[in-house]
Design a protein around this ligand. Sequence first.
Ligand code: LLP
Length: 424
Amino acid sequence: PATMRFTAGGRAALGGVDLMEVVRRFGTPAYVMDEADVRLRCRAYRSALPRAEIAYAAKAFWCRAMAAWVRSEGLSLDVCSAGELAVARSAGFPADRIILHGNAKTPADLRAAVDERVGRVVIDDIAEINRLAALVPAGTRQKVLVRVIPDIEAGAHAAIRTGGEDHKFGLSIGGGAAGEAVSRILAQPRLELVGLHCHLGSQIADAAPYEEAARVLVEQLARIRDAHGVVLPQLDLGGGHAIAYTSGQTGLAPARLAAVAASVEERSAGIGLPVPRLTFEPGRAVSGPAGVTLYRVIAVKKGLRRTYVAVDGGMSDNPRPALYGAPHEVRMIGRASLAGEREYMVVGHHCESGDTLAEAVRLPADVRPGDVLGVAATGAYNHTMASTYNMTGRPPVVAVSRGAARLVVRREGVDDLLRRDVGL
Ligand code: LLP
């Protein structure tokens, strides 16, 4: 899972940069992103799925540098808010390659999508149809997809399963809402229905749920053709492809999604439909493995049951272990140790017991305050989900590429935090 390369003397490098140099220049905690790794993952998707559209899900990791990388690799983009859209546009991401999607889009989200002329908006609620249409200038049409519920439960944790009937996402096929949305959009002159969308959940390691979702959606395309005489050209199967967080896990490689694409071709041909253009929306699988978070050890404390290694970050910069019980690999970097290894619980400096980064990891037996730890595969849903809990500023993002490190998002300081507090 780690893209960190370890060399003699306990040195670790990412993107050809010694991570201790990153620590010296930018301090800790710090997110480090390997640009080449992100680019390779974009290319792996494009070459495994040459006929599909790959729309990176910005929510996994987002800043203007990332927008530039994804854009130059030829990917499209999935944004879920006016804020994510603003980052994209300020980095020059072409609007026609952007899909805006969220389950409860605010008036500001919809307004921004129309003003920026995003390529597609995904409809997730019947009431959204008229709200969106009212914003579209006369004489123009906004392309839309309808998010349907495939009624498939998949995903690594209950909080990140989204494809079933008992979640807030999408429109029910069996319950009739999806069909009603389709009819209303087809009757709405300022909207152009171009396809169906679904998203099953996240950290899904198996291709089977995607094949099942594709089957359900192709069937719906045939129903829509039979009911309305229109053939919708696109199917968006969402994201959710798993990555390996630890060496015991396996991710869902883009190559395995090629079978899903093949099954769509076969099924459409079987019912006389032209093959729809597929879209995949990977977020985590593009950015997750490319990131490492660097921390400084503050304390090593022996408890009755275990020994805690406390670092200068925690749930404010990586809430995933607390929220989803997510596992991580942790390595000591910067010095070699001959002391052997023992098991530790790596915890943060926040005021609650749920503030763990890794339950039970092996680290050198002589790990001590001042040492630097690297947590691997933190490139997704860490920076974007960071909070300022306990008035802790969010860490910087340092991009590494071809032996050089550069700051792409600066550290948030107490001054930044104080500036928002307008006082009495
Ligand atoms: N498309 C849609 C419509 C989504 O809602 C999501 C993620 C994605 C694509 C990208 O999913 P990915 O490929 O990254 O799994 N905070 C959670 C993950 C929440 C995912 C939300 N939606 C976590 O840290 O595991």
